[in-house]
Design a binder for this molecule. Structure first.
Ligand SMILES: [Zn+2]
Length: 442
């Protein structure tokens, strides 16, 4: 053997040995994938171009553009079989950094993967689920089916991979689940989380999407901790849909003295509402329902506007809140405002009473109240148990008869009761109530 051949022989032996060592000791590809996860924002209820949007949390600038997909648990899954290789969460700016490992391939092997959302809020306040398999059974409402995951395919490189703004949905194809997550996230982050009581009690809400067999315009069931969103159209109208329904859950959790499951949207609640299952901002309503619908909407309004907002709106549509007031679109300023039919039973008037209490604008002489969101929760938390009437006491089940078999006081647990209870705790909101058409409750 000449020297050259000898050298080749030794080299190949070495190479064989090295290969053997690497095959035995390092058998997994692994790495870190980072980026900013986005979704295509196509929800309505924003403050439009041309309006004074100071104090608005959601404006035309964010509409029909990719926006950060915030506070979501996300997974790196292998494309071939959806095996989970790693998991993490996006932060409030959509940023994520996930460590992953795939033991089925060699150390230097890129892996076809996807960045997947399975419906989970990062902090566990809510999950998005599919439709209830047996709708109409109520209560309790059975769990919904798993959603079809949102997926963004990519190649996971061993080492570090930067993903350049992967986006769920597009202008051509809405991602309704992503929008629902965003609406629910904002309701939590920008409204309900302001209450310590909510931070303590509001966990694991299941938002079922999409199903209109239980309720045709979305609904909430307190004791089952479920919100049902009826349609993909409703996913584009957060203020009066997912946010409003989460507001009902917050209303339910505001007081744990309930002896009945959530009276707002159950089979027994058919006689609760003057209009059956359906109301609008201008409809005369039993005060019990008027109070409940107004306060649920109020929490949603807070999610979209700061107390110093110049032109806040509460609306139901899939685009900008229009300028012209209507039965589904109400400007919350200015006060006093009895522009809606001058009834003390109208839902929209009660909503405006709440806004007038919350806002930091001085709308008229003597108006000094600017109460934080959590005050409403805290006042309601002091309602007594029971179904009787009582000035200044307020009963959580006042609408119901003693046996809770039927409603015997359709104007019970009203806006007037809230006012009275608040007064007993030391805050006078009489001017604000009068300025917004009063209350037909007792
Ligand atoms: Zn409602």
């Amino acid at each position: 053997m000449n020297n050259r051949l000898k050298s080749l022989f030794v080299t190949s032996l070495l190479a064989a040995g090295l290969l053997q060592v690497s095959a035995q000791s390092a058998s997994a590809a692994s790495g870190v994938v980072s980026g900013v996860l986005m979704f295509y924002q196509n929800q309505g209820n924003f403050c439009p171009l041309g309006r004074d949007c100071s104090g608005a949390k959601y404006t035309w600038l964010d509409y029909q553009r990719p926006q950060p997909f915030r506070k979501a648990r996300i997974y790196v899954r292998r494309a071939s079989d959806n095996a989970i290789l790693g998991q993490g969460m996006t932060d409030a700016a959509g940023f994520f950094s996930i460590t992953w490992s795939d033991p089925s391939v060699g150390i230097f092997t890129p892996v076809d993967a996807s960045l997947d959302y399975l419906g989970e809020h990062a902090d566990g306040r809510f999950i998005i689920a599919g439709p209830n398999p047996t709708p109409g059974v109520n209560p309790p409402l059975p769990a919904g089916a798993p959603i079809v995951p949102l997926q963004s395919p990519f190649t996971a490189l061993p080492g570090f991979t930067w993903l350049n703004f992967p986006t769920y949905g597009s202008a051509a194809a809405n991602s309704f689940i992503a929008m629902l997550h965003d609406g629910a996230y904002r309701m939590w982050a920008d409204s309900l989380s302001q209450s310590f009581r909510m931070r303590t009690l509001f966990w694991g809400l299941e938002i079922q999407a999409f199903d209109n067999s239980l309720c045709t315009t979305s609904c909430a069931v307190g004791d089952s901790n479920v919100v049902v969103i009826d349609s993909t159209t409703s996913a584009m109208s957060p203020q009066a849909r997912v946010m409003h329904e989460m507001g009902h859950i917050a209303s339910y959790l505001a007081n744990t003295n309930w002896t009945l499951y959530d009276a707002t949207r159950t089979v027994l609640a058919l006689d609760y509402s003057a209009n059956g299952f359906g109301w609008n901002l201008a409809s005369p309503e039993n005060e019990s329902a008027g109070w409940e619908e107004a306060v649920a909407t109020h929490y949603a309004d807070i999610a979209l506007y700061f107390p110093w907002a110049d032109v806040p709106y509460s609306c139901l549509n899939t685009g900008a809140c229009p300028d012209a007031a209507s039965i589904i679109n109400v400007p919350l300023e200015p006060s006093p405002n009895c522009a809606l039919p001058g009834s003390n039973l109208v839902v929209g008037n009660h909503m405006q009473y709440h806004w007038d209490n919350y806002d930091s604008e001085i709308d008229y002489v003597g108006e000094i109240i600017s109460e934080p969101m959590f005050d409403v929760v805290n006042v309601v938390s002091t309602y007594s148990s029971g179904s009787g009437n009582g000035a200044g006491i307020a009963r959580i089940d006042e609408f119901w008869n003693a046996a809770r078999t039927a409603g015997d006081d359709v104007h019970g647990r009203s806006t007037q009761d809230f006012h009275n209870r608040w007064l007993a705790l030391g805050t006078v909101s009489s001017l604000n109530l009068a300025a917004n058409c009063g209350s037909g409750g007792d």
